[in-house]
Write a protein that binds this ligand. Sequence first.
Ligand code: GSH
Length: 217
Amino acid sequence: MPIPTITAFARSPDRGRGLARDMRVRWALEEVGQPYEVRLVTFAEMKEAGHRALQPFGQIPTYEEGGLALFESGAIVLHVAERHAGLLPDDANARARAIAWMFAAVGTVEPPIVEREMATYAERDKAWYAERLAMLEERVRGRLGELSERLGEADWLDGAFSAGDLLMVHVLQRLGRTGMLGEWPNLAAYVARGEARPAFRRAFAAQLAVFASRAPT
Ligand SMILES: N[C@@H](CCC(=O)N[C@@H](CS)C(=O)NCC(=O)O)C(=O)O
């Protein structure tokens, strides 16, 4: 496989906390041992036609590998997982279930978490903010309770660690500063297990190094 190139924020708004979605792609590539290159883009560059040709919505991450260009972090992680061993089970049914967890992460669990976070940025000055935040947090709690119930005492969502866990852990990390994860000790432990993986640590260090190298001194 040619060395893929991904895009990431030139200046990450999370100040190196690894919440931007290039992190999940980096983590997947580290899990399978695939070296990669990173092209850093500014916010202005993300909105230009050149970048939009790769990512129609003017966002990161993107993924280029030979003649293939991809966007959507979930699709990129799935591509990486399908091309390499290690992130999806060999058994066809188990593989299908792991892919279902990938969709659950980005399609069912991530949206209420992102909606809550967006409200804290964009709606804080509204008269109805407190009421709306409480409502959004209840939605997040609903999903977390359901996920916690399913995970139970297992280490991972369905057998061995998979791309489904990779995406789910990264999605849950966005709740880091809210304290909400602590309400479900099994989910907090699940995220900690993901963060302890050597591939996660390498990916995290790589994205942090970008922030550190560009942060004003
Ligand atoms: N569903 C997309 C979401 C991509 C996304 O929201 N990227 C963020 C960074 S994590 C971004 O580029 N935000 C800047 C913007 O939307 O202008 C994916 O998973 O790749």
